[in-house]
Design a binder for this molecule. Structure first.
Ligand code: CTP
Length: 393
């Protein structure tokens, strides 16, 4: 599907830069033409010769030399997509500032092609407020992200900051260049459970696996949408090309959803805890000998679906989920009215839906009901994504 597509790969400084070579192989195997630009930092980790050999093209690494050869404007215009992999913290900062001090910086300012960034850095650098602000500002400008992943780093350390695997980066490039029906649309999806803290070590949560929401995010991304997936704690990896925002509590999930607006559609597949502990203890609750068990007073959590449904920046299509064990469609209709959304995917949870692989749903809209047969969660996602795409036709 990448046949004839022209991809400009910017390799900046990270020990993970070797994965960029593997990415080039995957892209070329699908028929893409790849040209590489090596930054000064990138050249510390991979050689110009290795990139030239693997791309089959001359590699540009110097702004002034490039001017004599092809010129940054022509390189920027040549590309159907610009991929920055790995993107160091410094490269993200330069991009956010619009600095044009080297060839990569000039190309990134001059290009009109979509830009995909695959960050790679130490977890502390990724977590820093400065990096977070740079990422937010790039996302707001439509730059797409893949990763970083959570996992072991080159240093004996582990955490988010690891460069995505070449296959995931290739998936994200495919999604970036997709001519799918959702191209140019931004969709917010919520998934997984929320965790409501009792004290610093305890929380209340539920058994949601997040599988359905992650599958929906992946299906929409495959149709070319830019997807922001706001997820509670799960064991799932971010689907390729999807911007994953990890949160814990319902209040954090609401803040992350509001921060992700504007969006064309929002799909609320998360199993949000209805209540939180009214007063989260700042210190661990201790069991004093002979003392009575503590009593937890609960407070109602904000309803994220209902809040976004009446938000000033309300997406055109708002889709909720309903978990019901009886009178499935009737309850879903009431929920649709009560929450002010457009569709409800009513989930029959009388079986082993939570954590299971299959789902039986009814799509309840303002005009009717579609009964879908029992099917794998991946297929529910594909079908829902197709219905969303049809809505925007
Ligand atoms: N939802 C939400 N914020 C909440 C609670 C729920 O966004 N605080 C969303 C869920 O993501 C889902 C829908 O609202 O899309 C589910 O509504 P909910 O009222 O929780 O219904 P059920 O879980 O189906 O259960 P019940 O009606 O029994 O409360």
């Amino acid at each position: 599907m990448l046949q004839g597509r022209k991809i400009l790969l910017i390799v900046s400084g990270s020990v993970a830069a070797f994965k960029a070579l593997m990415l080039v192989r995957l892209l070329r195997a699908e028929g893409a033409a790849v040209r590489a630009v090596l930054t000064a930092g990138g050249a510390r980790f991979v050689t110009k010769e290795a990139l030239a050999a693997i791309t089959g093209e001359h590699v540009s690494d110097d702004l002034w030399a490039a001017e004599a050869e092809i010129g940054h404007i022509r390189l920027a215009r040549w590309a159907d997509a610009v991929v920055v992999a790995p993107a160091s913290a410094s490269r993200l900062a330069q991009m956010a500032q619009g600095l044009a001090e080297d060839l990569a910086g000039c190309i990134l300012l001059a290009t009109r092609a979509p830009v995909l960034v695959a960050p790679a850095m130490n977890p502390a650098m990724w977590a820093h407020a400065a990096t977070a602000a740079n990422v937010a500002s790039l996302k707001a400008r439509g730059v797409r992200f893949v990763g970083p992943e959570d996992g072991p780093m080159a240093e004996p350390e582990s955490g988010p900051g690891r460069l995505s695997e070449p296959e995931q980066m290739a998936d994200a490039v495919r999604s970036l260049l997709s001519d799918g029906p959702m191209k140019g649309r931004h969709i917010v999806v919520t998934a997984g459970p929320t965790q409501e803290p009792i004290d610093p070590v305890r929380y209340i949560s539920n058994r949601s696996s997040g599988k359905q929401g992650y599958a929906i995010a992946a299906a929409l991304s495959a149709l070319g949408a830019r997807v922001t997936l706001v997820s509670g704690p799960t064991n799932l990896a971010a689907p390729a090309g999807v911007a994953l925002v990890r949160i814990e509590s319902a209040r954090d999930m609401l803040a992350a959803c509001e921060a992700a607006l504007p969006a064309d559609a929002a799909i609320f597949a998360a199993a949000v805890a209805d209540w939180r502990v009214a007063q989260e203890a700042t210190q661990k609750l201790k069991k004093e000998p002979g003392a009575a068990a503590p009593t937890l007073t609960m407070a109602l959590n904000p309803d994220i679906l209902a809040t976004v449904s009446k938000h000033a920046q309300r997406p055109r299509l708002v889709v909720g989920f309903a978990a019901e064990t009886e009178h499935v469609v009737e309850h879903a209709r009431q929920k649709l009215e009560r929450k002010g959304c457009d569709w409800i995917v009513a989930n029959d949870v009388s079986g082993d839906v939570f954590g299971g692989e299959r789902n039986t749903v009814h799509l309840v809209t303002r005009t009717g009901v579609e009964d879908w047969p029992e099917m794998p969660k991946g297929e529910v996602a594909t079908r829902l994504a197709a219905r969303v795409a049809a809505f925007f036709q």
